[in-house]
Design a protein around this ligand. Sequence first.
Ligand SMILES: [Zn+2]
Length: 156
Amino acid sequence: MANLTPHFTYEELTHTDHRTLDNTPTEHERCIVDGKETTVNAVANLPRLADFLEQLKVVLGNKPIMVNSAFRSEAVNNSVGSSNKSDHRRGCAADIRVPGMTPDQVTRAIIASNLPYQQVIREFDRWTHVAITTNEGDVPKKSKLIIDGQGTRAFA
Ligand SMILES: [Zn+2]
Protein backbone atom coordinates (compact mmCIF):
# COMPACT_ATOMS: atom_id res chain seq x y z
CA MET A 1 0.00 0.00 0.00
CA ALA A 2 1.48 3.33 -1.06
CA ASN A 3 0.50 6.03 1.39
CA LEU A 4 -0.20 9.45 -0.11
CA THR A 5 -0.87 10.85 3.36
CA PRO A 6 -1.10 9.14 6.79
CA HIS A 7 -4.71 7.93 6.28
CA PHE A 8 -5.13 7.69 2.49
CA THR A 9 -3.43 5.37 0.04
CA TYR A 10 -2.88 5.51 -3.70
CA GLU A 11 -4.88 2.26 -3.96
CA GLU A 12 -7.88 3.79 -2.16
CA LEU A 13 -7.95 6.79 -4.49
CA THR A 14 -7.62 4.67 -7.64
CA HIS A 15 -9.93 1.83 -6.60
CA THR A 16 -12.72 0.78 -8.94
CA ASP A 17 -15.40 -1.89 -8.76
CA HIS A 18 -14.99 -2.24 -12.54
CA ARG A 19 -12.19 -4.76 -12.18
CA THR A 20 -11.92 -5.51 -15.87
CA LEU A 21 -11.09 -1.87 -16.66
CA ASP A 22 -7.71 -0.26 -16.14
CA ASN A 23 -7.92 2.59 -13.66
CA THR A 24 -4.29 3.72 -13.54
CA PRO A 25 -3.93 7.51 -13.47
CA THR A 26 -1.52 9.16 -15.90
CA GLU A 27 0.20 12.53 -16.15
CA HIS A 28 -1.82 13.37 -19.25
CA GLU A 29 -5.49 12.55 -18.79
CA ARG A 30 -7.80 13.75 -21.55
CA CYS A 31 -10.13 16.17 -19.79
CA ILE A 32 -12.53 19.00 -20.53
CA VAL A 33 -11.78 21.92 -18.22
CA ASP A 34 -13.97 25.04 -18.44
CA GLY A 35 -15.31 23.81 -21.78
CA LYS A 36 -11.88 23.23 -23.34
CA GLU A 37 -10.14 19.96 -24.13
CA THR A 38 -6.84 19.73 -22.32
CA THR A 39 -4.62 17.22 -20.55
CA VAL A 40 -4.39 17.04 -16.78
CA ASN A 41 -1.75 15.48 -14.55
CA ALA A 42 -3.98 13.26 -12.42
CA VAL A 43 -0.97 11.63 -10.75
CA ALA A 44 0.03 14.99 -9.30
CA ASN A 45 -3.50 15.76 -8.16
CA LEU A 46 -4.02 12.64 -6.03
CA PRO A 47 -1.71 13.77 -3.18
CA ARG A 48 -3.55 17.13 -3.15
CA LEU A 49 -6.87 15.27 -2.92
CA ALA A 50 -5.51 13.04 -0.13
CA ASP A 51 -4.29 16.13 1.73
CA PHE A 52 -7.76 17.68 1.45
CA LEU A 53 -9.33 14.48 2.82
CA GLU A 54 -6.90 14.59 5.76
CA GLN A 55 -8.08 18.12 6.54
CA LEU A 56 -11.70 16.99 6.22
CA LYS A 57 -11.02 14.08 8.57
CA VAL A 58 -9.88 16.57 11.24
CA VAL A 59 -13.04 18.67 10.67
CA LEU A 60 -15.11 15.49 11.20
CA GLY A 61 -13.46 14.74 14.54
CA ASN A 62 -11.07 12.16 13.05
CA LYS A 63 -13.84 9.82 11.93
CA PRO A 64 -12.89 7.35 9.20
CA ILE A 65 -13.63 8.47 5.63
CA MET A 66 -14.54 5.68 3.22
CA VAL A 67 -13.71 6.51 -0.40
CA ASN A 68 -16.11 4.82 -2.86
CA SER A 69 -14.50 6.31 -5.95
CA ALA A 70 -11.91 9.02 -6.57
CA PHE A 71 -9.79 9.00 -9.77
CA ARG A 72 -11.51 7.46 -12.81
CA SER A 73 -9.81 6.52 -16.05
CA GLU A 74 -11.67 7.39 -19.24
CA ALA A 75 -12.82 3.76 -19.55
CA VAL A 76 -14.12 3.57 -15.97
CA ASN A 77 -15.69 7.01 -16.22
CA ASN A 78 -17.46 6.11 -19.47
CA SER A 79 -18.77 2.92 -17.89
CA VAL A 80 -20.52 4.92 -15.16
CA GLY A 81 -22.03 7.30 -17.72
CA SER A 82 -19.87 10.28 -16.78
CA SER A 83 -17.93 12.65 -19.08
CA ASN A 84 -14.40 14.00 -19.37
CA LYS A 85 -15.67 17.16 -17.64
CA SER A 86 -15.82 15.24 -14.37
CA ASP A 87 -13.47 16.18 -11.54
CA HIS A 88 -13.02 12.42 -11.03
CA ARG A 89 -11.16 12.29 -14.38
CA ARG A 90 -8.64 14.84 -13.05
CA GLY A 91 -8.03 13.05 -9.75
CA CYS A 92 -9.69 16.03 -8.06
CA ALA A 93 -12.90 14.44 -6.69
CA ALA A 94 -13.87 11.75 -4.22
CA ASP A 95 -17.21 10.12 -3.46
CA ILE A 96 -17.13 9.51 0.27
CA ARG A 97 -19.12 8.03 3.12
CA VAL A 98 -18.49 8.52 6.82
CA PRO A 99 -19.76 5.79 9.18
CA GLY A 100 -22.08 7.31 11.78
CA MET A 101 -22.93 10.33 9.64
CA THR A 102 -25.54 10.73 6.91
CA PRO A 103 -24.46 12.13 3.52
CA ASP A 104 -26.46 15.24 4.42
CA GLN A 105 -24.49 15.69 7.66
CA VAL A 106 -21.17 15.21 5.84
CA THR A 107 -22.19 17.72 3.16
CA ARG A 108 -23.25 20.28 5.78
CA ALA A 109 -20.01 19.80 7.72
CA ILE A 110 -17.97 20.55 4.58
CA ILE A 111 -20.05 23.66 3.84
CA ALA A 112 -19.69 24.89 7.43
CA SER A 113 -15.91 24.34 7.39
CA ASN A 114 -13.16 26.61 6.13
CA LEU A 115 -11.93 23.88 3.76
CA PRO A 116 -11.03 25.02 0.22
CA TYR A 117 -13.53 22.76 -1.58
CA GLN A 118 -14.32 23.44 -5.24
CA GLN A 119 -17.65 21.60 -5.15
CA VAL A 120 -19.69 19.49 -2.77
CA ILE A 121 -22.68 17.42 -3.89
CA ARG A 122 -25.07 15.33 -1.80
CA GLU A 123 -25.77 12.52 -4.26
CA PHE A 124 -28.93 10.43 -3.94
CA ASP A 125 -28.60 10.69 -0.14
CA ARG A 126 -26.12 7.83 -0.49
CA TRP A 127 -22.74 9.55 -0.62
CA THR A 128 -21.07 12.95 -0.71
CA HIS A 129 -19.07 14.03 -3.76
CA VAL A 130 -16.36 16.49 -2.86
CA ALA A 131 -13.88 18.10 -5.26
CA ILE A 132 -10.77 20.24 -4.95
CA THR A 133 -9.67 22.95 -7.38
CA THR A 134 -8.24 21.86 -10.74
CA ASN A 135 -5.00 23.75 -10.12
CA GLU A 136 -3.19 24.28 -6.87
CA GLY A 137 -3.73 27.88 -5.77
CA ASP A 138 -7.01 28.43 -7.69
CA VAL A 139 -9.68 30.21 -5.67
CA PRO A 140 -12.15 27.46 -4.70
CA LYS A 141 -15.62 27.98 -6.18
CA LYS A 142 -17.42 26.36 -3.21
CA SER A 143 -20.31 25.18 -5.37
CA LYS A 144 -23.00 23.31 -3.37
CA LEU A 145 -25.48 20.95 -5.05
CA ILE A 146 -27.96 18.16 -4.48
CA ILE A 147 -28.32 15.50 -7.16
CA ASP A 148 -31.07 12.91 -6.73
CA GLY A 149 -34.12 11.43 -8.43
CA GLN A 150 -35.63 14.91 -8.73
CA GLY A 151 -32.62 16.21 -10.65
CA THR A 152 -29.85 18.69 -9.86
CA ARG A 153 -30.40 21.77 -7.68
CA ALA A 154 -28.64 24.10 -5.27
CA PHE A 155 -27.97 22.67 -1.84
CA ALA A 156 -30.36 24.07 0.75
ZN1 LIG B 1 -18.47 11.98 -7.57
